[in-house]
Ligand binder design. Structure first.
Ligand SMILES: O=C(O)CCC(=O)C(=O)O
Length: 266
C-alpha cells in the first residue's frame, strides 16, 4: 500500500486559496499513484481561530463536495486532514475521510482541544471514535494534540486499527516531542503511523513540517524536512501480524488492572 502526506503551507484564514493549494498538492501526489493521501490539520482556515465564525465551513458542505470530487477524480482514498466545520454556533476541528469513489466514509472531530493555542475558546471538542475502514484495513484518525493521549490511540489499536493517521499543525519548538510521541505510538501499538504536518508559519507560530511515516517496529520509513513536500512511502501490512506474533502485546495486556489498581493502592 502506497501512502502520501501532502505537507504544505497554509494561507492564513483563506479557505479559497487553501483549496487551490490542496488540489494542487493532491494532483502532484496522484502522479505516483498512492492508495491513500493525507492532508494536514485545519487546512481550510489555518489557525485563524478568531475569525472562525466567518470562515469555518457550514456543515463542511463545501469541503465535502470539493474533497469527494478530488478523491474520485484521482482514484485515491483521502484522509482529508481536518477542516473547521460550523454547526449552528459551534465550530469543530473535523477530519473527513473519502474512498476512491468519492464516498465519505467517516468523520472525526478532534477530541482533545489544545489550550496552549486557545482552541478551547473557539472550538468544541468531538465525542466520536476515529475508527474507519479503508480497502479492508481498519484505520484510525487523530488530530495533532491527540498524540499526547496514548490511551485514546491505544483504544483504537485495541479495536483493530492497523494504520494510525495523524493530521497536524505542530509548532517547531516542540519538534522533538512530535517525533518521539509518534515513534512511541507506533511501537506501543505495533501499528503504522502516518502523520501529516503543515509547513510554514502564521502570525503566532512557526510550524515544524517533518511529516512522518513510521512502521510498527518504530522505524521511520520516510520523513519530510521543514518545507513543503509530498512524502510518500510503501507500507507492508503483513509486518503488523509478524511483530504482534513476536511480541504479543495485545494478548499480554491486563486492562482489568489499569483503571482500578492505583485506586486500590491509595
Ligand atoms: O501538543 C503540542 O505540543 C501541539 C499540539 C497542537 O499544536 C495542536 O493540537 O494543534
Amino acid at each position: 500500500m502506497k501512502i502520501s502526506c501532502i505537507q504544505f503551507d497554509l494561507a492564513f484564514g483563506n479557505p479559497e486559496e487553501n483549496k487551490r493549494r490542496a488540489a494542487e498538492g493532491i494532483s502532484q501526489a496522484a502522479k505516483e499513484k498512492p492508495d491513500i493521501v493525507i492532508l494536514p490539520e485545519l487546512w481550510n482556515t489555518g489557525y485563524d481561530l478568531a475569525r472562525l465564525d466567518d470562515i469555518a465551513d457550514p456543515e463542511a458542505k463545501d469541503s465535502r463536495l470539493f474533497l469527494s470530487n478530488l478523491a474520485k477524480q484521482h482514484n485515491l482514498n483521502l484522509v482529508a486532514g481536518s477542516v473547521a466545520k460550523k454547526t449552528g454556533s459551534s465550530v469543530t476541528n473535523t477530519m473527513l475521510i473519502f474512498n476512491r469513489e468519492g464516498k465519505e466514509i467517516h468523520e472525526y472531530s478532534k477530541l482533545h482541544l489544545f489550550k496552549l493555542m486557545d482552541e478551547h475558546h473557539y472550538l468544541t471538542g468531538g465525542s466520536e471514535s476515529g475508527l474507519f475502514e479503508l480497502e479492508g484495513t481498519v484505520c484510525a484518525g487523530f488530530i495533532c494534540y491527540d498524540i499526547r493521549f496514548p490511551e485514546w490511540m491505544r483504544d483504537h489499536a485495541a479495536n483493530g486499527a492497523e494504520i494510525l493517521f495523524v493530521a497536524a499543525e505542530w509548532p517547531l519548538p516542540r519538534l522533538g516531542h512530535w517525533r518521539s510521541l509518534l515513534i512511541a505510538r507506533a511501537i506501543e501499538n505495533q501499528a503504522f503511523v502516518v502523520a501529516c504536518n503543515r509547513s510554514g508559519s502564521d502570525p503566532k507560530n512557526e510550524f515544524a513540517g517533518h511529516s512522518l511515516i513510521i512502521d510498527p517496529w518504530g522505524n521511520i520509513l520516510a520523513e519530510a524536512g521543514k518545507e513543503e513536500e509530498i512524502l510518500t512511502a510503501e507500507i507492508d501490512l503483513n509486518e503488523i501480524a509478524a511483530i504482534r506474533r513476536q511480541i504479543p502485546v495485545f494478548q499480554d495486556r491486563r486492562p482489568e488492572y489499569y483503571q482500578s489498581f492505583i485506586k486500590k493502592l491509595r
